[in-house]
Design a protein around this ligand. Structure first.
Ligand SMILES: Cc1cc2nc3c(=O)[nH]c(=O)nc-3n(C[C@H](O)[C@H](O)[C@H](O)COP(=O)(O)OP(=O)(O)OC[C@H]3O[C@@H](n4cnc5c(N)ncnc54)[C@H](O)[C@@H]3O)c2cc1C
Length: 395
């Protein structure tokens, strides 16, 4: 369920392994919606592993050679991603098209414009689910032995199995849009992304293909709602942030939006379990904290791969395959979740954040470790080691 990055990737792996798989995707065709475009250098290899050609990757990805972080007090810190480990600025809409096409080419039946309305788990000796699906040809009922919930943060699969919930502590909203970038480098040339952090908000600016930047602003949901009640539309909210960003001004600040400003709220979502008899959750459906770490897309691809292995193992008779998936997901992502919460704690204390950025800016080795761990080029646990934290914070 869901034909975003995690669903399309899971379907591709499963179909390639000979599993009969149907993808239900609500949208008739991919279109821009508030979501991620900045991703780890490892994402390129994952996409190649899904069968996307080098020529396709060049069209989909703007190489990113550094992320410049600007703190609330103006401290600037450059996290470098030198070749061959350039990070990725992704054309998200084209990526989704390419991934759904890959899934279809691998043998999956891809149903776009098919909205799953209800999902009823079946218990007993032959577990599975009954799905009621709205399509252009009318309502349909499907029986599935296994449902992969790839349906994003408000996962119907997670709620049908009684697993989901919002994270009350952190109700944040993400407002996103693309703008034309008159200063864009030639296609395929690396560019630098930027993260500007303010008091209670941050704004990521990521160059993507087609001479555009993606602008993503994360703020408290209460702040966004107050601005909207005050009469501002979403486009005006986005402009009011980008017009007053601290740090150097760039040509894209004054250029036109190339698509609609879209919003996601609330951002955080958690689940108490990611798998069980007859279902698995992948990507954002399996839990999401905040876009700041920039690891949602990579997590989508890794979880899709692990889920496909688990399903193939379960079909081969491995009775512990679902538990194994749960354990592998935990081992892989629990440290990253702690890093994500740690960064949230820094965001909530602008003075401490500024101090940490100053320390990172002047310590080459510390900065390199932080950049690589954030991008999954090294285990996230490196950032949590007492030695790292002491070197970062000790006066
Ligand atoms: C504002 C914002 C900024 C972000 N920035 C970054 C970033 O810089 N880097 C990064 O890596 N990640 C970022 N993320 C997270 C990233 O977008 C997600 O991790 C990624 O999209 C997860 O992919 P997914 O396939 O699991 O879910 P989604 O992309 O949410 O896809 C879910 C799909 O399921 C479909 N669907 C849902 N319900 C149904 C239904 N009932 N029937 C049929 N189809 C259904 C939806 O239409 C959608 O296509 C950001 C997220 C937000 C909101």
């Amino acid at each position: 369920m869901g034909g975003g990055p995690s669903g399309a990737a899971a379907a591709t792996h499963l179909a390639a392994a000979g599993v009969e798989v149907v993808v239900f995707e609500r949208l008739r065709a991919p279109r821009w919606r508030a979501s991620g475009v900045y991703s780890s250098p490892s994402t390129r290899a994952r996409l190649a592993g899904l069968g996307l050609s080098e020529a396709a990757l060049v069209r989909l990805i703007r190489p990113i050679d550094a992320m410049e972080v600007i703190g609330p007090g103006g401290t600037r810190c450059l996290l470098a991603y030198d070749a061959p480990d350039h990070a990725c600025g992704i054309d998200r809409v084209r990526l989704e098209r390419a991934l759904l096409d890959r899934a279809a080419a691998a043998g999956a039946c891809v149903r776009e414009g098919a909205v799953v309305r209800t999902l009823a788990p079946r218990e007993g000796r032959a577990p599975g689910s009954t799905l009621d699906v709205s399509t252009d040809d009318g309502p349909q009922r499907w029986n599935a032995r296994m449902v992969v919930g790839a349906d994003g943060p408000r996962s119907l699969v997670a709620s049908a199995y009684g697993l989901g919930g919002h994270v009350r502590l952190s109700r944040r909203a993400g407002v996103t849009v693309h703008r034309a970038d008159p200063d864009a480098a030639s296609p395929g040339m690396p560019m630098t992304a930027r993260m500007v952090i303010g008091d209670g908000w941050y704004c990521g600016i990521c160059p993507v293909p087609e001479e555009r930047v993606n602008v993503g602003i994360v703020m408290s949901e209460a702040d966004l709602r107050a601005r909207l009640r005050g009469g501002d539309g979403l486009a005006a909210v986005a402009r009011s942030f980008t017009d007053h960003l601290h740090g150097p001004r760039a040509a894209w600040h004054d250029s036109t939006d190339t698509d609609a400003v879209t919003v996601a709220l609330p951002l955080a979502h958690r689940v108490i379990r990611r798998s069980g008899r007859g279902f698995l959750l992948v990507g954002d459906a399996s839990g999401f904290i905040d876009p700041l770490t920039g690891d949602g897309l990579l997590r989508a691809f890794i979880s899709a791969e692990l889920a496909a292995h688990a399903i193939v193992a379960a079909r081969a008779g491995r009775s512990d395959a679902m538990d194994h998936y749960e354990r592998r997901m935990h081992a892989r992502f629990a440290p990253r979740d702690i890093v994500s919460w740690l960064l949230q704690a820094f965001l909530a204390r602008p003075g401490l954040l500024e101090y940490a950025l100053r320390r990172l800016a002047t310590r080459t080795q510390l900065r390199a470790t932080f950049a690589r761990a954030l991008a999954e080029l090294e285990p996230a646990g490196r950032i949590l080691e007492p030695r790292f934290l002491v070197r970062l914070l000790a006066p």
